[in-house]
Design a protein around this ligand. Structure first.
Ligand code: SF4
Length: 371
């Protein structure tokens, strides 16, 4: 059995304030956005813009760039101006780069209260500069760099400690009438992270940026993020997400999009419904699924394609999909919108599915379904 594709969001979204990161609305019921972070030296404008272009192509909606040096700060105006998607400057340690990023026209600035000493004294000026430029601030608390005072108070980075750090920082901005804020409270342990966000969601109405920090290499990081984001998003918590992987950033975006699609929080594009195969399979399902996936890569329309190994669930799933194949005896029955349109030999299954998919996609585009 393959689960039904959700057609509605999984939960009522938590009510939150809305901010705007460039043209991307975050919170207040806006669609959950997917972000990532570049791995290039920010001072290398060409390489950074190249990576941003790749991220944009993979569906990334907001990109964050690190800003550890003056050279990086100097590169921000060009990057902010030329990037196709809004750029957030990520600042640790040096308040002066916060001002540089705001001046540079970055769409938002991420500050880590644990990593900016004497930050509290600077909040007034930062709030003023950010307000003048309409630049939102992400208060990004991270278990690995929790404010010392809170580490002492709680002994370790508990959900309470993470939330208290974030809300303390937010309160300093609020004192200066600044509420253009989103918050993250990241931890590498999904259980701590989920509890931290639940607590935070109760205690404020700021939009929340979800992340499991240092989630690990691609496989482990994908599972950790999917589990943690799934738990929170299924409770309506979360307004923008970043999957952190020790892998190229475009991979993070793919995972993020897949998580949102899986929860019905985003219209699916291509979906391959394929069976896990079993002792009954009469064709090589893995190879078929891979080849069909590769052949249909980049399709923009919400096409559901079923690739099934035998006649047990095959015809049923194939019938439910826009397009499908149910295999048996070295042949494939090709279904379009529930009707068998032809039966082809196994060697022709992939090309036939791709051909039919293109026809359906064209029709969908004409009907405006791809909009
Ligand atoms: Fe199900 Fe047939 Fe695929 Fe086995 S081969 S998993 S029975 S559809």
């Amino acid at each position: 059995g393959v689960p039904e594709v959700p057609v509605r969001p999984i939960a009522t979204r938590r009510a939150s304030r809305r901010i705007h990161v460039g043209p991307v609305a975050v919170g207040g019921g806006a669609p959950v956005s997917v972000q990532s972070m570049t791995t290039t030296r920010t001072s290398d404008v060409g390489a950074t813009l190249q990576q941003i272009a790749e991220l944009t192509a993979s569906g990334c909606q907001i990109v964050r760039v690190a800003c550890p040096t003056q050279d990086d700060a100097d590169a921000l105006p060009a990057i902010a101006r030329k990037s196709q998607i809004p750029v957030i400057a990520d600042i640790h340690f040096q308040p002066k780069y916060v001002f540089a990023a705001i001046e540079a026209g970055c769409a938002a600035v991420r500050v880590n209260p644990g990593n900016i000493k004497q930050f509290d004294d600077k909040v007034k000026e930062i709030a003023k500069a950010a307000k003048d430029h309409g630049t939102p601030i992400r208060i990004g608390v991270n278990a690995g760099s929790l404010d010392r005072r809170l580490l002492q108070k709680y002994g370790r980075a508990t959900p309470e400690a993470l939330v208290e750090s974030a809300l303390w920082e937010a309160s300093l901005f609020e004192e200066h009438g600044f509420r253009d804020i989103k918050i993250s409270v990241k931890h590498n342990d999904p259980v701590v992270m989920v509890n931290a966000y639940r607590l935070l969601a109760e205690r404020c109405d700021y939009p929340l940026h979800l992340g499991v920090t240092e989630a690990g290499p691609a496989f482990q990081g994908t599972v950790k993020s999917a589990v943690a984001f799934g738990a929170l998003l299924s409770e309506g918590i979360g307004d923008t997400i970043r999957v952190s992987l020790s892998a190229p950033p475009a991979e993070e975006v793919k995972v993020g999009i897949q998580i949102l699609e899986s929860l019905g929080l985003r219209q699916r594009r291509l979906e391959i419904v394929s069976c896990p195969s079993c002792g009954r399979a009469q064709v090589d399902v893995y190879r078929l699924a891979d080849e069909v996936t590769a052949g249909l890569q980049g399709m923009e329309v919400p096409l559901r394609v079923a690739v099934m190994g035998c006649v047990v669930n095959g015809p049923g799933e194939a019938r439910e999909a826009d397009l499908g194949v149910a295999s048996g005896n070295g042949k494939g029955q090709i279904f379009v919108k529930g009707e068998v349109i032809k039966t082809v030999p196994e060697s022709k299954i992939v090309e036939t599915l791709i051909e039919e998919a293109m026809k359906i996609a064209e029709q969908m585009e004409q009907d405006g379904a791809g909009a």
